[in-house]
Design a binder for this molecule. Structure first.
Ligand SMILES: Nc1ncnc2c1ncn2[C@@H]1O[C@H](COP(=O)(O)O)[C@@H](OP(=O)(O)O)[C@H]1O
Ligand SMILES: [Mg+2]
Ligand SMILES: [Mg+2]
Ligand SMILES: [Mg+2]
Length: 357
């Protein structure tokens, strides 16, 4: 890691600073909830995935900070959560808890002299209902990526990106439980290291990492391993998020010797961008669709760190199609040497086994 490049010529300087401030404040709320997670604080959404008070609280805080820091912007946000489950009968206590957490975090931070009512909280959450698309500017937010990891006490990330005319131009990724130096070969465990990493990148200006409370940003780059035999790979901790029969088949084809490193959330993109590992891949089951907020921030951080992010057909990811990613058969993040080899192995696996599609 070395000093970051000069920021002259970065047309997104104000947005970059606001995005880092937003994810860092949201991380503070999340850290507090994770220390004291109660059954009451977790709900199950209609799609049967979990959501916590911290997912909602984080979404409110990120939207608040962006609006406070960039007041002249017309605001559009594509975010994961909406208020539907918070307005159902019986959700009053849950909503009150979200509101209390948000207000306590704002007061403790001291940057803004405002507090939010329950109605303000619902409005802020539903500010994330934009469809995004190819025109104009849209923030893309995953207020907690890796909610299952968050509940387990493991890795999670607050992932914020800016889409400008259909292209991701900025990403900020707060990973409160990710060791600051490296995850190396352990599942997020530190070896006496400082914990918490905030990755960020703006287009054309490289990627950096700093601590969540704002140390001097350090430039990062992907690893330069070119022989898959020496490579390590990251994949989802959750068995249902990535087909392991498929990835172990591809790993075998590539001759990878190291066992998979399984980490929740886009912390995997951050770790790849910093060179902690060589490959992150994700081959979800056919029926599941990938959302833009699960990849936007992580992918620009990897590409600005000198890496590549592609689908298994070798196409760039297209974030301009709305709330879902239009991609084919899996997502791969790695360096320029390994990418063609991984794509080839994935495509061979597709043909031989018929397991991707
Ligand atoms: N059955 C499933 N298959 C594939 N992805 C899933 C899934 N259930 C949830 N996900 C997605 O996987 C994300 C977590 O990724 P990872 O496996 O890398 O930790 C979740 O983000 P959220 O936690 O924000 O909902 C969610 O979008
Ligand atoms: Mg979710
Ligand atoms: Mg997510
Ligand atoms: Mg989420």
């Amino acid at each position: 890691m070395s000093q970051p490049p000069p920021t002259a010529g970065n047309q997104y300087t104000a947005e970059h600073a606001a995005a880092k401030k937003a994810v860092a404040l949201a991380a503070r709320l999340c850290q507090r909830v994770q220390q004291d997670i109660l059954k009451l604080d977790v709900q199950t959404k209609a799609d049967r995935t979990p959501v916590t008070v911290a997912d909602y609280g984080s979404q409110v805080l990120v939207s608040l900070v962006l609006k406070m820091e960039l007041p002249s912007d017309s605001f559009s946000m594509v975010a994961e959560e909406d208020s539907e489950d918070l307005t159902r009968e019986g959700a009053q206590e849950f909503l009150e808890h979200v509101t209390k957490l948000v207000n306590e975090t704002i007061i403790n931070d001291g940057s803004y002299s405002t507090t939010l009512s329950k109605e303000d909280v619902l409005i802020a959450i539903d500010g994330g209902k934009s469809e995004g698309g190819p025109y104009g500017r849209h923030w893309i937010l995953d207020p907690i990526d890796g909610t299952k990891g968050f509940i387990r006490g493991d890795q999670y990330a607050i992932a914020l990106a800016l889409l400008d005319e259909g292209k991701v131009v900025l990403g900020a990724l707060a990973c409160p439980n990710l060791p600051f130096k490296s995850v190396s070969n352990c599942n997020g465990d530190s070896s006496g290291d400082q914990v918490g990493s905030l990755f960020s990148a703006t287009i054309g200006c490289g990627a950096t990492v700093e601590t969540i409370d704002g140390s001097q940003p350090q430039k990062i780059s992907v690893c330069s391993i070119n022989n898959p035999v020496d490579a390590s790979f990251f994949e989802s901790y959750e068995r249902r998020h990535c087909m392991r029969d498929c990835t172990s088949f591809i790993a075998e084809k590539l001759g990878i010797r190291a066992p998979p490193v399984r980490i929740d959330s886009q912390a995997k993109y951050g770790a790849i961008a910093r060179g902690d590992g060589a490959i992150y891949w994700r081959f979800p089951h056919k029926r599941s669709r990938e959302t833009v907020w699960d990849h936007a921030a992580g992918s620009i951080i990897v590409t600005e760190a000198g890496g590549l992010v592609k689908d298994a057909s070798g196409n760039d990811l297209d974030f301009s199609k709305g709330r879902y990613l239009d991609r084919e058969a899996g997502i791969i993040a790695t360096n320029k040497y390994l990418m063609p080899l991984v794509i080839k192995a994935a495509q061979e696996a597709m043909k031989e086994e018929g397991i991707l599609g």
